[in-house]
Design a binder for this molecule. Structure first.
Ligand SMILES: C[S@@+](CC[C@H](N)C(=O)[O-])C[C@H]1O[C@@H](n2cnc3c(N)ncnc32)[C@H](O)[C@@H]1O
Length: 207
C-alpha cells in the first residue's frame, strides 16, 4: 500500500527537518563510520541525500573533502548553519538528484545512507552515483529492506521504496561488491531511527 507522505517528498522532508530536534540524531550513521576506515584520509566524498548534514558534517570533521546534495531546502539550510558554526569547509547543495547534473569520476567515495528512491528513478540515480566515483573508488550504502515493514524503527512503509541486496547488485553492476548483505541491526540514530531494524549493507568498488 502507498504511503501518502511520499507523494510530496520535499514537503515531507522539510517538515521533518523543521523540527528543532534532529530526528536522526546529531551523530553520524554507524555503518558509514565503520566503513570510513576503508577510505584514504583526506579523500573526496559525495554524500547524496544528506538531510540536515549529520553524515557530511562528521566526514568533514574527520578531514575528508565533502560534498552533499539534498532535496530539502530546510535540511540544506540547517546543514549550512551547522557547517558554518563548526567552521567546516564543505560543499552543501540543494538539488533533486533525479535532475542534478551528476559529476563523472570525480569522487573517491560516495556514501548513500537511507536514501530511499522511487523505482522509476532509483536505477538511474544509482547508476549516476556509481559513475560519480573514480575507478577504484568506493560506494557505501545502507538502506532498509522489505523486512523492515515488520519493524517500527523507521523507513518508508511502502514496499517499492525499500531495497534488497539483489536490487543493489543489479543497480551497481559491474562494480565489485566488497560487502553486500541483508542484516538485522539495533538502530539508535535519533527518535525516527531507533530499535530493531532490517537493512542492507553494501560496499562496492568501481572498476
Ligand atoms: C531518511 S532521510 C536520510 C538523511 C540522511 N542520509 C541521514 O541519514 O541522516 C532521506 C534524505 O534523502 C533526501 N532525498 C530523497 N529523495 C531525494 C532526491 N530525489 N534528491 C535529493 N535528495 C533526496 C531527503 O531530502 C532526505 O534528506
Amino acid at each position: 500500500m502507498a504511503d501518502d507522505k511520499w507523494a510530496n517528498p520535499q514537503k515531507m522532508w522539510d517538515e521533518r527537518f523543521a523540527q528543532a530536534e534532529p530526528v536522526y540524531g546529531e551523530q553520524p550513521n554507524a555503518y558509514l563510520c565503520a566503513q570510513s576506515l576503508r577510505l584514504t584520509p583526506g579523500c573526496k566524498i559525495l554524500v547524496p541525500g544528506d538531510g540536515y548534514g549529520r553524515n557530511g558534517l562528521w566526514l568533514a570533521r574527520q578531514g575528508f573533502q565533502v560534498s552533499t546534495v539534498d532535496l530539502s531546502p530546510v535540511g540544506v539550510e540547517r546543514a549550512h548553519k551547522s557547517a558554518q558554526a563548526a567552521g567546516l569547509a564543505m560543499s552543501i547543495e540543494e538539488a533533486d538528484l533525479a535532475t542534478w547534473t551528476w559529476p563523472v569520476a570525480e569522487f573517491d567515495a560516495v556514501a548513500s545512507i537511507f536514501l530511499h528512491l522511487p523505482p522509476d528513478i532509483r536505477a538511474q540515480i544509482h547508476a549516476q552515483m556509481l559513475a560519480a566515483v573514480k575507478p577504484g573508488g568506493l560506494l557505501i550504502i545502507e538502506a532498509f529492506t522489505p523486512a523492515q515493514l515488520q519493524h517500527s524503527s523507521g523507513g518508508p512503509r511502502q514496499l517499492d521504496l525499500l531495497c534488497t541486496a539483489d536490487i543493489l547488485r543489479e543497480d551497481f553492476r559491474p562494480a565489485e561488491a566488497l560487502e553486500l548483505l541483508e542484516v538485522e541491526i539495533d538502530l539508535d540514530e535519533g527518535r525516527l531511527h531507533r530499535g530493531r531494524a532490517a537493512v542492507v549493507h553494501g560496499v562496492f568498488r568501481r572498476q
